[in-house]
Design a protein around this ligand. Structure first.
Ligand SMILES: NC(=O)c1ccc[n+]([C@@H]2O[C@H](COP(=O)([O-])OP(=O)(O)OC[C@H]3O[C@@H](n4cnc5c(N)ncnc54)[C@H](OP(=O)(O)O)[C@@H]3O)[C@@H](O)[C@H]2O)c1
Length: 236
């Protein structure tokens, strides 16, 4: 699709990968809305993104685990952007803990954000895309949705589940001019897992953003439905 003048909703655009995607889309002439759980971090990110020289950026507080917040988020995008052409399901949380030490709350929260939250957003987006004649959803999955790691019961379950959601949704939607792609990165240089960002060997958030733009810009006849990304040279 031609990106200039399109509208995009990026969940969790206050930092990390979502922030880089928002910044890159703005540079491509897309009108972007972001969300995050705290108003203060959304406001700060919107201010910084606005001064980075891109196009029009909007933001609102929304917890994607809440079906009500998600309804309001899409209503906000309707109002401010005039509707949504592209949904980037990026918001996510991670807890790595031995199964015996993982609390039910940690399990439930991880699934609620990383899997059910994506469902809430897709459901709203697809209803809107139908009215607009099409649209595109990119889900940010993880290589930990393909290969398990120690301590990853909740996170891996959420990302394994996201693959199933994405693949089934693709089949539901492909004849309605709605594309679905899952981008599946390995280690990205953010603070998601509680380690400070700064590792040069990791995939950088901008690299994921570059793939987002490439996927969206493919000719209309071709859908890139899954992209796996890995650091070329992880520590041995
Ligand atoms: N970093 C990696 O190595 C890696 C690898 C593969 C995949 N991923 C995936 O990439 C995505 C982004 O991760 P990241 O590394 O950029 O993490 P991050 O730096 O921690 O950023 C997470 C973003 O999600 C937002 N967020 C979290 N929970 C939310 C909720 N319930 N509702 C709305 N927004 C929420 C956060 O904003 P607030 O805190 O303001 O709410 C923040 O903007 C996640 O889906 C993650 O699973 C990351």
């Amino acid at each position: 699709m031609m990106l200039k003048g399109r509208t995009a909703l990026v969940t969790g655009g206050t930092r990390g990968i979502g922030r880089a995607i928002a910044e890159r889309l703005l540079r491509e002439g897309v009108v972007v809305a972001i969300c995050g759980r705290s108003s203060a971090s959304v406001e700060r990110a919107v201010e910084e993104l606005a001064s980075s020289g891109g196009g029009k950026i909007y933001g609102t507080q929304a917890d994607i685990a809440s079906v009500n917040d998600v309804r309001q988020l899409f209503a906000f995008a309707d109002r401010e952007l005039g509707g949504t052409d592209i949904l980037i399901n990026n918001a996510g949380v991670a807890v790595l803990r031995h199964i015996a030490e993982m609390s039910p709350e940690q399990w439930e929260r991880t699934i609620a954000v990383n899997l059910t939250g994506v469902f809430h957003c897709c459901r709203e987006a697809v209803a809107q895309f139908r009215r607009r004649g099409g649209g595109f959803i990119i889900n940010i999955g993880s290589l930990l949705g393909k290969t398990a790691v120690t301590g990853g019961a909740a996170y891996c379950a959420s990302k394994f589940g996201l693959n199933g959601l994405s693949e089934a949704m693709l089949l539901d939607c492909r004849h309605e001019n709605i594309g679905v792609c899952t981008i599946v990165p390995g280690s990205v240089n953010t603070e998601l897992f509680g380690t400070p960002a700064g590792a040069d060997w990791k995939i950088q958030p901008d690299d994921v953003a570059q793939v987002v733009v490439t996927v969206l810009e493919m000719p209309q006849r071709t859908l890139v439905s899954r992209v796996e990304m890995r650091p070329l040279r992880p520590p041995q």
